[in-house]
Design a binder for this molecule. Structure first.
Ligand SMILES: Nc1nc2c(ncn2[C@@H]2O[C@H](COP(=O)(O)OP(=O)(O)OP(=O)(O)O)[C@@H](O)[C@H]2O)c(=O)[nH]1
Ligand SMILES: [Zn+2]
Length: 358
């Protein structure tokens, strides 16, 4: 017997399941990736909270019916999810991050400094004018890929440019892992163009040089105001008048926007994986060279030189990869290595001087 199930099907047009309203935690950015790291029992004793502000004196965390300042203690940064221990907040556990921006601190030990965690999308902003630089965009894309954050290139000031498509095409050639949008940041366009990434529960950040339109875009996102997180504030007694150093702001739709000066200081250190992701085709070729330590110069059996000769890779792009990879190796070398390199250079110079004196 064949059964007719068609009567169970909703008439077309009504087949859309009504959207469930995101829960308060989901609006803060809670996702299955995090809930998989905890269970119901643990969540009852140590509820999940998100770090939304980092002050010199502590962290402001938000959860469901929870808004409090806790002392620094767990090695957490803005955007992090914690299992908050109300008995001993400093024991709160930091959940594994879906992404993290970090940098090497200045100074001799060059420790890693956490900038922001659990960012979903980073908008790499550049203008359709002389600010536009493929090499600079590539750096930002490498940083984003390294942090495991989805990069989206936004080309602003399209309204001031005769042929913005030229810029879009150049930016699109950077990597097939990056989407490119062009817009006039001063118009109505930003809301619609950024909408696919600025949904409730999403966390976004902006990268780009001064004057490219980052503030203009952020203003557009907050045109309806900043979400009043105070509505779920339970405890507002403690001094929060210290300067906020890193912060998440929520749009009224529930999209979290990162505001941290540290993003300006991100350097191209430890982004080996990011560079490899950006130049995946060239890295794959390098793996096919006859010698594992091939410098892709005049070595026989060099797959990169071969591809270059056949016109399969763009020589400018190859040059930029070489430059970035060399820079990253230099930056990533520890201070000790650098000192010993300086020393051997010093020795060599001394030796030459002695020789010349003879
Ligand atoms: N015509 C036009 N002007 C724009 C556009 N985007 C930004 N501007 C203008 O460019 C100037 C700089 O924009 P901002 O948004 O302040 O740039 P920013 O990236 O935040 O700069 P910093 O704060 O220095 O990092 C402002 O005068 C904006 O009005 C655009 O798409 N079209
Ligand atoms: Zn080679």
């Amino acid at each position: 017997m064949t059964r007719d199930y068609s009567k169970f099907l909703l008439p077309s047009g009504l087949s859309k399941i009504p959207k469930r309203e995101p829960s308060p935690l989901e609006r803060l950015g809670w996702k299955p990736f995090f809930s998989q790291q905890t269970d119901v029992d643990a969540a009852a004793d140590t509820p999940p909270v998100r770090v939304v502000e980092v002050h010199r004196t502590g962290l402001r965390v938000l959860g469901e019916n929870l808004d409090t300042l806790m002392p620094p203690g767990p090695n957490a940064t803005v955007g992090d999810w914690l299992l908050y221990d109300p008995q001993k907040p400093s024991n709160s556990k930091v959940l594994e991050r879906s992404s993290v921006f970090e940098r090497r601190a200045p100074g001799s030990d060059r420790k890693r400094q956490l900038i922001a965690a659990n960012v979903d999308t980073v908008f790499i902003v550049s203008s359709c004018n002389k600010d536009f630089s493929i090499a600079r965009l590539e750096r930002y894309v490498a940083l984003a890929l390294e942090a495991e954050v989805t990069p989206v290139i936004l080309l602003t000031k399209a309204d001031l440019c005769d042929d913005p498509v030229v810029y879009v095409n150049a930016a699109s050639a950077i990597s097939n892992r990056v989407l490119v949008e062009m817009l006039n940041a001063l118009s109505e366009e930003p809301i619609a163009k950024l909408a696919p990434w600025c949904k409730p529960g999403q966390t976004i950040a902006f990268l780009g040089s001064s004057g490219v339109g980052k503030s203009t875009l952020v203003n557009a996102l907050f045109r309806d105001g900043v979400a009043d997180t105070a509505a779920i504030r339970e405890d507002d007694s403690k001094g929060r008048h210290t300067t906020t150093r890193r912060q998440l702001h929520f749009t009224v739709d529930g999209c979290a926007v990162l505001d941290t000066p540290g993003m300006r200081e991100l350097q191209l250190t430890d982004v080996e994986a990011g560079i490899a992701g950006l130049f995946a085709d060239i890295v794959a070729l390098a793996g096919q060279c006859r010698f594992s330590d091939c410098r892709h110069d005049t070595e026989p059996g060099c797959a990169i030189q071969g591809a270059l000769a056949r016109g399969e890779i763009d020589p400018d792009r190859l040059a930029r990869w070489n430059k970035l990879a060399a820079e990253e190796r230099f930056n990533a070398s520890t201070l000790a290595e650098r000192k010993s390199a300086d020393k051997s250079l010093h020795k060599m110079i001394n030796a030459i001087q002695r020789k010349n004196r003879k």
